[in-house]
Structure formats: C-alpha cells, structure tokens
Design a binder for this molecule. Structure first.
Ligand code: HEM
Length: 430
C-alpha cells in the first residue's frame, strides 16, 4: 500500500474509496489506517463521535504551538469560543477594504505585465496576494517595511516543516543542517517580531480594527479572561498558516479552470457586469453574484485544498461494522468524498450547476466538505469566501487570462492541493 500511496496519493484515495464504498482499513508501513470518505462515516468521525477522533499534529507543534488548528479538548474549545466572534460575517466584512486594496496593488502589476506581453505565474501571484492580505488583515499598518520579511520568514518555516513531515527519517532540530538553521533563524525572527508588534499595540493602546486587535480584545464570556501572550502568538502564526495558501490554491484553480471553460467565464463576467458595471466590489455586492459562488463551490469540490486530514482514535469504536482500535489513525479525505459517483454523477466533470439551488437539493450533508464539518470546521470559511468573491471580480473585470498553449496545470497532493509547478498564463487587458 505504502508505495502506491506515496506515488500518487490522489488516485489512491479515490480508487480505494470507490472500491470499498468510502470506508477501508489499510496497512501503510507499520500502521493500521482507516480511510474515510463515505458521507455517513464522515458524519460519524467529524460530528457524532468527534470527541473520540482527535488531532495529532505534533510535527507542527514547534511552529503552531497550541493554536486552534493543533489544539485539542478543553483548550481548543476555550480558544474556539474566544476567537469565533472575530470570524463572524460582520467582522470579516470590516476587513474587506484591506482585501480590496491589496488586490488593486496586484492589478497594477498585471497591467504592466499585460502591456509587456509578460506571462504570469498565477500560482505565485495568488500566493503573494493572499499572503499580503493575511499580513495586512492581521497587523494592518503595524508591520511597516517588515511586511515582506515577515511573509518570507513564514514561508521558510512552513516549507521546512512540510519537508520534515514527508521525511521518513527525521534529524533532530538541534542538528545544524541547512534546513534546520534557516528554520531556526526564521522562527526566531517571527517570534521577536510578533511579540514586538503585540507589545507596541498594548503600549500605545491604538485601535486598528484588524485580527490582532480582535485577538487582544477577546474575552471568555464566563470568566472574562483574555488570552496569554503566548496564546496570541500561537494564534497569529496559526491563522497565517491556515489562512493564505489554502485560499491561494483555490483562486489559482478557479482562474485556470475558467480559462478552460469560456462559456462559464462569459457567464461569470456577465454577472459582474450586471452587479458592478466595472466598479470594484464591496462585501454588500457579494449577494448579487450567486453564479460566481457556484463556480467557487465547484472548484472547491474538485480541488479541496485540504485534500485529507488525519485524526487519532482515542478509544475503541466501530464504524459500519469495521472495528476501530484505540490509537488507529484515521485519514479523512474530502477529495475522495467529492469524487464518489453515487453522490456526484460524472465526478470529474466541472459543472457549477451542481451548486444551483435545485442541484444541491437533497444532497447528503456530509458529501461536500471543503472546510470539513462538525465542531472542527474551518473557522475562516467566511473570510476565505468573502476574499475570493472580492478578488475574482477585481481581476476578471479587467483581464482575460489565457493558458500558455501546451501547458496544463495538474494538482499535487502536498500540505495543500497545489499545482505541481508554476501556472503560466497570459493576461490581456479588457
Ligand atoms: C479556501 C480556503 C480554506 C479552506 C479550504 C480551509 C479548509 C480548512 C479545513 C479543511 C480545516 C480543518 C482542518 C482539520 O480538521 O485538520 C480548517 C481549519 C482551520 N482553518 Fe481553514 N480553510 C481555508 C481558509 C482559512 C482562512 C482564510 C483562515 C483564517 C483566516 C482559516 C483558518 C483556519 C483555522 C484557524 C482552522 C482550525 C479550526 C479549528 O480546529 O477550530 N482557514 N480549514
């Protein structure tokens, strides 16, 4: 099993899910694993028995600490309650100006590229954009000229952690390999910078209406307590980690897919023209662009950035007749669920109509899980959807994007479902 999984994990999870009706017990190397894709089994693991299936993201501990992505139990619950208000629709809408402003800056670069006939690596462009948006919505102006250095340090930390994750034999962090040295320097810089920004905020008492302000102001409804400095640091890094590459890959796949489906692209542009008539959007315009949301939903079905997540079983359990021993590792794969033909006819076909109200009626609630479901559902789903629904009209009202002939992006299963290489496209000003 291990070589097949390593060689082509995406095909592997889809084939296994189809052969065994979305629930299979596997042996990968020395471990017993359960692959879960059937919506009923998803409901069991992610909702009904969620307390029995916990996270074990130890490899990320040294970066994320006990932030929301990696924490468990009471600590997670307390943090989730404290942070939830910052991610409500109204709060996210207040961050829209920063999203719009950063996209406008990117657009200037595209105009220059279009004039010069220079192709753009859309994957890199979207990564830079979502990174700029998360740094700006988190810290607003407080990073000053350090914005790029902060973004670079985060990138180093995440790249090295990801390489470590995929290593069979891992050297301890204290051995001065080139990766370990780069990692340590970047982590130190981030640590100092984040603490310095927090200290400056606390000293000046200035308000910025950004995510950091919301974390600093968060109070437990019962005890009135806020977060410790260390906890705020962990959440800042966690939100950065969880909140930019995911969105960047979805935007990349959306722009790439639209260039391959001109009829869909035309309908999206007609919707922008009717709702915006060429002006830039605001959060209040989103409701008038339902087809764009259908397109995003369908891209999220075919290319869910979190193509799999893992859980560890705390106690013995049973799912659909399969015994799950305590300690078993469970792989939950939305990518496989989204391709089960009994829930998604013609699963490989790109068809935004699946998400029209009549297409979605009667669908199993756990057949569509780009943000997972249950208590550990993504806290940033509204943030991501608002961001994408603002960025797309800001770019597509002004540019036509074309793939470079002979070049087609394909997905690679890494930390997220990212393109296997650069996604070169040509932007033509409209
Ligand atoms: C299209 C974009 C996104 C996708 C597809 C996505 C997907 C997910 C998924 C599947 C999980 C569950 C992970 C697990 O169970 O291990 C998750 C958790 C999380 N996401 Fe997102 N995410 C996106 C954007 C964002 C953004 C923009 C933010 C923040 C600004 C964010 C913050 C988080 C956090 C903090 C968690 C942990 C929640 C918890 O366990 O309570 N995500 N995300």
């Amino acid at each position: 099993m291990l070589p097949q999984f390593r060689r082509d994990p995406l095909t592997f999870v889809v084939q296994v899910a189809q052969r065994y009706d979305g629930l299979a017990r596997l042996r990968i190397g020395p471990r017993d694993l359960l692959l879960v894709a059937h919506p009923e089994a998803m409901r069991h693991v992610l909702l009904e028995r969620s307390r029995n299936y916990v996270k074990n993201y130890a490899a990320l501990d040294s970066v994320l600490g006990q932030g929301l992505v990696s924490a468990n139990g009471d600590q997670w619950l307390r943090q989730r309650r404290l942070m939830q208000p910052a991610f409500h629709h109204r709060q996210v809408a207040a961050l829209a100006d920063a999203m719009i402003d950063e996209t406008a800056k990117l657009r200037e670069g595209w105009r220059a590229a279009a004039r010069a006939g220079r192709p753009l690596d859309i994957a890199e462009e979207m990564k830079q954009l979502t990174q700029a948006i998360i740094v700006r919505t988190m810290f607003s102006g407080s990073v000053g000229a350090d914005g790029q250095r902060i973004a670079d340090a985060f990138t180093t930390v995440l790249e090295v952690s990801e390489r470590r994750n995929f290593q069979l034999v891992r050297l301890p962090e204290r051995i001065p390999t080139p990766d370990n040295r780069r990692y340590a320097a970047a982590a130190r810089f981030l640590e100092e910078k984040v603490y310095a920004i927090i200290a400056e905020r606390q000293r000046s008492g200035e308000h910025h209406d950004d995510l950091l302000d919301m974390l600093l102001a968060a109070r437990d409804a019962e005890t009135g307590e806020g977060m410790s400095l260390k906890q705020i640091r962990d959440e800042v890094v966690t939100i950065y980690f969880a909140g930019h590459e995911t969105t960047a890959t979805v935007l990349t796949w959306t722009l790439h897919t639209l260039s391959r489906y001109p009829d869909v692209a035309r309908r999206v542009r007609a919707e922008f023209a009717a709702a915006l008539a060429g002006r830039d959007p605001g959060p209040a315009d989103i409701a008038a662009m339902p087809y764009t949301r259908q397109v995003i939903d369908e891209v999220l079905r075919l290319f869910p950035p979190t193509w799999m997540v893992t859980r560890g079983a705390v106690a013995d359990d049973e799912i659909a007749g399969h015994h799950i021993p305590a300690g078993a590792m469970v792989i939950v794969s939305p990518y496989a669920t989204h391709r089960m033909p009994q829930f998604w006819p013609n699963p490989e076909g790109f068809d935004p109509e699946r998400f029209a109200p009549e297409g979605a009626a009667g669908r199993h609630k756990f057949a569509y899980l780009p943000f997972i479901s249950g208590p550990r559902k993504c806290i940033g789903d509204t943030f991501a959807l608002v961001e994408m629904q603002l960025v797309l009209p800001m770019l597509l009202q002004h540019f036509e994007l074309a793939c470079i002939p002979g070049y087609m992006a394909s997905p690679r299963a890494a930390g997220t479902l990212r393109p296997s290489g650069p996604v070169w496209m040509r932007a033509e000003a409209l």
